[in-house]
Ligand binder design. Structure first.
Ligand SMILES: Nc1ncnc2c1ncn2[C@@H]1O[C@H](COP(=O)(O)OP(=O)(O)OP(=O)(O)O)[C@@H](O)[C@H]1O
Length: 241
């Protein structure tokens, strides 16, 4: 009997026995199994080099699989640490880049409104602040109505206050859109604020799979938050004293 089968029934994303090597090097992802339910928000944590970005890139179809299999919805979007907007196109043109059909500007304007950038529809990307550029990157991801949204440290380059605002925005957007989300982060508190489950990677394997059964909006002061932070920090080998 396949031990992972019950977990994968009805899942939106299924990774089974995924191994990834670069050339003759060691396995960067090592026989990894992971399933993400429709509408589930999963945070992926782990030390630098543990394989987080490689897993995300493989799920996005940007990196090949060495062994094993990956099943995921056709409609996926990715947001990276940097916005990757084309500077020679206006913000709205970046949002609907590659899309055709009528009312492209209206479609872009509506999703830009949703991320709080309704006033920057015609702006040039280089005139946006870091936070605004990441809002635009989120808008570009959402306009495609993805069933699966991947976020690779999307707020890592932002100041602490902007990061808090962006975390709230992502939480609101997810509540409205309810797509499956995989968020790569180094920030334990960010995982606990946003995700249904935290997965800790270590040398390409899952070390911890921690459900976060707290209702939203979440508060740092909640004793369960403190407890789960302790569990995650311990799993990461960091002592919280
Ligand atoms: N193109 C590549 N060629 C060779 N090795 C690579 C390549 N990309 C990644 N690696 C190696 O794979 C391992 C995992 O890298 P990965 O970027 O997935 O880690 P990560 O957990 O995302 O790290 P970080 O938190 O620093 O972004 C590292 O040892 C890295 O050196």
């Amino acid at each position: 009997m396949n031990a992972v089968a019950p977990l994968t029934q009805g899942a939106a994303v299924v990774v089974q026995g995924l191994t990834r090597r670069f050339g003759d090097g060691p396995a960067v992802l090592d026989r990894l199994d992971l399933a993400i339910a429709p509408g589930e928000f999963v945070a992926l944590l782990g030390h630098s080099g543990s394989g987080k970005s490689t897993l995300l890139r493989t799920l996005a179809g940007l990196d090949p699989v060495t062994e094993g299999s990956v099943t995921r919805p056709r409609d996926v979007s990715v947001v990276f640490q940097e916005s990757r907007l084309l500077p020679w196109k206006r913000v709205w043109q970046n949002i609907v880049l590659g899309q055709d059909g009528a009312n492209r500007r209206d479609r872009a304007a509506s999703v830009l409104e949703e991320v709080g950038l309704g006033h920057r529809v015609d702006a040039w990307p280089l005139t946006l602040s870091g936070g605004e550029a990441q809002r635009a990157a989120l808008a570009r991801a959402l306009v495609r109505e993805p069933a699966f949204l991947m976020l690779d440290e999307p707020f890592a380059a932002l100041d602490a206050l902007t990061r808090l605002k962006m975390q709230r925005l992502v939480s609101d957007l997810w509540t409205r859109h309810r797509c499956s989300v995989l968020l790569v982060t180094h920030d334990v508190d960010e995982a606990l604020l946003l995700a249904d489950r935290a997965v800790v990677l270590e040398r390409g394997r899952i070390r911890t799979n921690l459900p976060i059964p707290m209702e939203r909006p979440r508060r740092h002061a909640d004793p369960r938050f403190e407890h789960l932070r302790g569990v995650l920090l311990e799993s990461l080998g960091v002592h919280d004293d």
